[in-house]
Design a protein around this ligand. Structure first.
Ligand code: BTN
Length: 238
C-alpha cells in the first residue's frame, strides 16, 4: 500500500476482479481517489458481460473516483484519452486510435479495454492494458495487440505510473476548462470519424456514418441523414 501522486494504491498478488476489490474500498469510503492493481486476475470482467482474460504481466487496474454519476459520459472519454496519451509518451509516432465507447487501438487492434461501474458515490474505472501479451487461441470479439508487439518494452507498474500521470493531467484539464477540449481531443483521435460503421447489439445491428459523440457519451450515428443516439453497443469498422 502506498500513495502514488495523491492516489491511494493497493497492489494484490491475485484477485478475482480488481473492480470488485475497488468496490470494497469504495464501500469503506476512506479515500476519495484510489487505485487497485493485481499481478493476477482470475475472473476479470469485460464490457457487456464478457470475460477479460488476464495474462500475468499485463496491467489490471481499477480506479475509484468520487464523482457525480451524471458525468459518466465525460469520464469515459477522459479515461480512454489518458491511455492514448500514455501510449504516445512511449512512442509519439505510434498509430493509436480511440474507439467508442472507450477502447484503445494500436494498428487497428485492441490494446486496452475499459469497464466503468458504479459503487455508491464512486465510479469504478477498470482498465486492462496488454503490456506484454494478449490471449491467443481464443475467440476474441476484436483483434488484439500488445505493447510488446510494437516494440515497447515496459512493465505493468511503469505503465501504471505513466497512465496515472496522464489521467491526472486530463482530470485537471477537465476541471479547469470543462469537457469541450477533452471531447475535441477524443474526436481528433477517434478511428473512422465520418465513415461508415456497424454497431452491433444483442439481436440487432445498425449501419451508418459515425458522425460524433454527444456530451452524455452517446455515439451519434447518421442513418440516411437522420442522427440516432446510441447508448450501448459494439462498434465494427467497414
Ligand atoms: C472491455 O474491453 O470489455 C473492458 C475490459 C476491462 C478489463 C479490466 S482489467 C481490470 C478491471 N477488472 C476487471 O474485472 N475488468 C477491468
Amino acid at each position: 500500500m502506498s500513495i502514488i501522486e495523491e492516489w491511494y494504491w493497493q497492489d494484490f498478488e491475485e484477485v478475482g476482479s480488481t473492480n470488485d476489490e475497488a468496490k470494497l474500498l469504495a464501500q469503506s469510503d476512506n479515500y476519495d481517489r484510489f487505485v487497485v492493481t493485481s499481478k493476477k486476475q482470475s475472473s476479470g470482467r469485460g464490457r457487456r458481460g464478457r470475460e477479460w482474460i488476464a495474462i500475468e504481466g499485463n496491467l489490471f487496474a481499477s480506479f475509484g473516483l468520487k464523482i457525480d454519476a451524471k458525468y459518466i459520459g465525460e469520464l469515459s472519454f477522459i479515461v480512454s484519452l489518458s491511455a492514448l496519451e500514455m501510449l504516445k509518451e512511449y512512442n509519439y509516432n505510434l498509430n493509436v486510435k480511440l474507439k467508442w465507447p472507450n477502447d484503445v487501438l494500436v494498428n487497428d487492434k485492441k490494446i486496452s479495454g475499459i469497464l466503468i461501474e458504479r459503487e455508491g458515490s464512486f465510479f469504478i474505472i477498470g482498465i486492462g492494458i496488454n503490456v506484454i501479451d494478449y490471449p491467443k487461441n481464443v475467440d476474441l470479439l476484436y483483434d488484439a495487440i500488445s505493447m510488446k508487439d510494437v516494440n515497447i518494452q515496459s512493465d505493468r507498474l511503469d505503465v501504471l505510473n505513466k497512465y496515472i500521470k496522464h489521467l491526472n493531467h486530463c482530470l485537471s484539464e477537465w476541471d479547469a476548462n470543462g469537457f469541450e477540449i477533452i471531447k475535441q481531443k477524443w474526436l481528433d483521435n477517434a478511428k473512422s470519424l465520418g465513415k461508415e460503421i456497424i454497431v452491433k447489439f444483442e439481436n440487432d445491428e445498425k449501419k451508418g456514418l459515425f458522425s460524433g459523440v454527444d456530451d452524455n457519451g452517446y455515439l451519434l450515428l447518421d442513418i440516411d441523414g437522420s442522427i440516432e443516439k446510441i447508448y450501448a453497443g459494439d462498434v465494427f469498422y467497414i
